[in-house]
Ligand binder design. Structure first.
Ligand code: GAL
Length: 383
């Protein structure tokens, strides 16, 4: 999105893990890249196509190099990268700071500089770096700094996606490591409880997210509807479209990277409409990347998130994560707007794309269970 500044705003893209886990292939990546373009996802801003775990052989070659599985990737990785690049997209891959990846393939431990050079030679633009099989005597901070340096000096711009699941107080040192995003949570599952738990777990950590280093609350499950090939992620279950909309709005308001996890080749119109909502994407991609503050701070089930935008406007989300319909009331005073100053807000609804009207002092709405309302609010004076 912002070519000159790698990682300025949260990355937007697609990742193979949530739906396909071990079942990755050249054909899948090519068809996904094709669909990114033909469906309009690319025009909406999505740019990275990322292969997660399970892409290599179980052993390095005799010179210590990683080898793509020739059955899954018969023309090698450079060919896959070239295909993705020819579509005007960027190509991402996955490795791990330990001796093995979580699925048991070779990790980059003590091969960091060699692997960074390999990824650069293949034309990789994004590296997700996991945390399995990490030797006990070394801390994450050291290993993530190491790979970050290797990538920053490999001769190619490679976005660095650190994935240590929020362990070792990652938010307190990750900025200094040079990573562009950091996973702060365990793995998402395709169900409402998981979405709710991940969002709630990071409410107090929003201030640690900012330009060039984004708090990643894990990839999207929007549109999966139970479509994973992995039971644990959610081959059963799934969510309603309303729940997926709330999930997407939370991730946008919380400045998380937006990595699509469903099979976009067969996504529904509702899924596409959610993922390409221009107003929500604009909130997520606001150039100042300010984390939201929360009103109703003591209530994890119903709360309001407010995010100041670079235009002077405010993005405001009313979230009802509870199982009951509820009125959520926003007092403008809590955002620094005293009615006596004659200042009010014009609210634009980011789901209906219509202006709701001008309001002074307060705004209240009934919000359905597991639903949300998101507004872009413009200050109006002289009311
Ligand atoms: C997990 C990671 C997931 C996925 C998986 C692959 O550790 O959090 O997002 O990458 O490993 O095995």
């Amino acid at each position: 999105m912002h070519e000159k500044f790698l990682g300025l705003t949260p990355p937007l893209g697609w990742n193979s893990w949530n739906t396909f886990t071990w079942n990755v292939s050249e054909q899948l990546i090519q068809e996904t890249a094709d669909t990114m373009v033909s469906s309009g996802l690319k025009d909406a801003g999505y740019e990275y196509v990322v292969i997660d775990d399970c892409w290599s052989l179980r052993q390095r070659d005799e010179n210590g190099f990683l080898v793509p599985d020739p059955e899954k990737f018969p023309h090698g990785m450079k060919a896959v990268a070239d295909y993705v690049h020819a579509k005007g997209l960027k190509f991402g891959m996955y490795s791990c700071c330990g001796t093995h990846t979580c699925a048991g393939y070779p990790g980059s431990f003590e091969h960091e500089f060699q692997d960074a050079a390999t990824f650069a030679a293949w034309g990789v633009d994004y590296l997700k770096y996991d945390n399995c099989y990490k030797p006990k005597h070394i801390d994450c901070e050291t290993l993530y700094k190491r790979m970050s340096l290797a990538l920053r000096n490999c001769g190619r711009d490679i976005l660095f996606s650190a994935c240590n699941w929020g362990t070792e107080d990652v938010h307190s040192w990750i900025q200094g490591s040079g990573a562009h995003l950091f996973r702060s949570t365990g793995d998402i599952q395709d169900n409402w409880e998981s979405i709710k738990n991940l969002a709630q777990s990071q409410m107090q950590k929003m201030a640690f997210s900012g330009p060039f280093c984004h708090n990643d609350i894990d990839m999207l499950v929007v549109g999966m509807h139970g479509g994973s090939n992995n039971e644990w992620i959610g081959s059963l279950g799934g969510c309603t479209d309303e729940e997926y909309r709330t999930h997407f709005a939370l991730w946008c308001m919380m400045n998380s990277p937006l990595m699509i996890g469903c099979d976009i080749r067969s996504m529904s119109d509702e899924t596409k409409a959610t993922l390409t909502n221009p107003d929500l994407l604009a909130i997520n991609q606001d150039v100042e990347c300010r984390g939201p503050y929360r009103i109703n701070g003591n209530n994890d089930e119903q709360f309001i998130l407010v995010k100041p935008l670079s235009t002077g406007e405010l993005a405001i989300g009313l979230f009802n994560l509870s199982d009951r319909r509820n009125e959520i009331s926003l007092q403008f005073w809590d955002m620094g707007i005293p009615a006596a100053a004659g200042v009010g807000l014009e609210l634009y609804n980011c789901w209906t794309h219509e202006t709701e009207g001008r309001f002074t002092e307060r705004y209240a709405a009934r919000v359905e269970p597991h639903a949300c309302m998101v507004f872009k609010a413009k200050l109006v004076q002289g009311l």
